[in-house]
Write a protein that binds this ligand. Structure first.
Ligand code: NAI
Ligand code: 13P
Length: 344
């Protein structure tokens, strides 16, 4: 199977590596020739995964046309802010009817769209060939061959299973899911909570605060997710609570690390510069509070994050506001048909 992976940051490199290990013919595309040359000739990517040895069969190019030539599967793995540009550049270069997959955990910054809604703008007839790769999967561990589970979510069973078969290995277990929206929202919105947990740790709070943020954060994610058409069981799965746990607890997480620096008193600019890689939670916070407001949904943690990130509120004051909210019930009612999704 010929696969083009667009984006040679940490996750693109790790996914491309896993596919090449599975005997796919993989070409990874990046804009930076230093990175493609390193991957192609030295089988390393020191900027993004300094400790990893990559498969010798993995090819790399800065020429998008070469990467996409005869590709049967195209996987977009750039930060969400770059997705529109890369989808636009790649559209005229696609040949045949490849599966269009993405592994991006964020929203389009200008429209607030999910990544498949963005793809749909450019490929309105290809919905059945869309697939989302999501779930708890830090690139640093995947590239080391440490056991990992992920989700392939697609509108059709055939597409989901094609990606499942492509990626499944002794160390990578892939589950399918028909709930594309739920998988995307779980992946994008957990980044907000990871920023919050990082802040709590940076302020010196304990495990109780971490558990509270993760649990009530999941409630917020499910609440807006249901309004947007996702199924609640997806949020109890790998792309929901699974990814929330890994991102809020792993030192690999760029969102968690950014939050921790903020809690320790760094400015957002300083924290982002120190982390130096994609931190999707910042844009996701902005989009989430817009979505919450337009759908009449309460997202207090996202709102508190927005105050800290964009309005200069000291993190400790934001926590005091959260703790001082009016009393509420814990559990909300969910309609039976919103519990799980199916392919018929
Ligand atoms: N790193 C990880 O462990 C995981 C990351 N993801 C998601 O994957 C997506 C990509 O993240 P990472 O690979 O981690 O980011 P990264 O910061 O490691 O690398 C981003 C890459 O995208 C490239 N890029 C940026 N703008 C571009 C543009 N306009 N055109 C072409 N290339 C561009 C950069 O040069 C860089 O190579 C994000 O949405 C992230 O949430 C998902 C699962 C795991
Ligand atoms: O989504 C991820 C792991 O599943 C990566 O999270 P970060 O972007 O916070 O590193």
């Amino acid at each position: 199977m010929r696969v083009a992976v667009l984006g040679a940051g940490s996750w693109g490199t790790a996914l491309a590596s896993a596919l090449a290990e599975n005997r796919c013919e993989v070409t990874i595309w990046a804009r930076d020739a230093r990175i493609t040359q390193q991957i192609q000739s030295e089988h390393i990517n020191t900027r993004y995964l300094p400790n990893a040895k990559l498969p010798a069969s993995l090819r790399a190019t800065t020429d998008l046309k070469t990467a996409l030539m005869d590709a049967e599967v195209v996987i977009y793995v750039v930060p969400s802010a770059a997705m529109r540009e890369v989808v636009e550049l790649s559209r005229p270069l696609l040949s045949g009817a490849p599966i269009l997959c993405h592994a991006v955990k964020g929203f389009d910054p200008t429209t607030g769209s999910t990544m498949t809604d963005l793809l749909l703008e450019y490929h309105p007839d290809a919905r059945d060939r869309f697939c989302v790769i999501a779930g708890p999967s830090h690139a640093e561990e995947v590239v080391e061959g440490l056991p990992t589970t992920i989700v392939a979510a697609a509108y059709t069973r055939a597409t989901a299973e094609a990606i499942q078969d492509l990626l499944m290995s002794k160390v990578l277990r892939v589950y399918t899911n028909p709930d594309v929206k739920g998988a995307e929202l779980g992946g994008a919105l957990k980044n907000i909570i990871a920023l919050g947990v990082g802040i709590a740790d940076g302020l010196g709070f304990g495990d109780n605060a971490k558990a509270a943020l993760m649990t009530r954060g999941l409630t917020e994610i499910a609440r807006i997710g249901l309004k947007l058409g996702a199924s609640v069981l997806t949020f109890a799965g790998l792309s929901g609570v699974g990814d929330l746990i890994v991102t809020c607890t792993s030192l690999h997480s760029r969102n968690y690390r950014t939050g921790k620096l903020l809690g320790q008193g760094k400015s957002l600019e300083e924290a982002l510069a120190e982390v130096g890689m994609a931190v999707e939670g910042v844009n996701a916070t902005r989009i989430a509070i817009q979505l919450a407001s337009s759908h009449g949904v309460e997202m207090p943690i996202a709102n508190a994050l927005s105050d800290v990130l964009f309005h200069g509120k000291p993190p400790r004051a934001a926590v005091e506001d959260l703790m001082g909210r009016a009393r509420v019930h814990e559990i909300e009612e969910v309609a039976r048909d919103q519990i799980s999704a199916s392919w018929n």
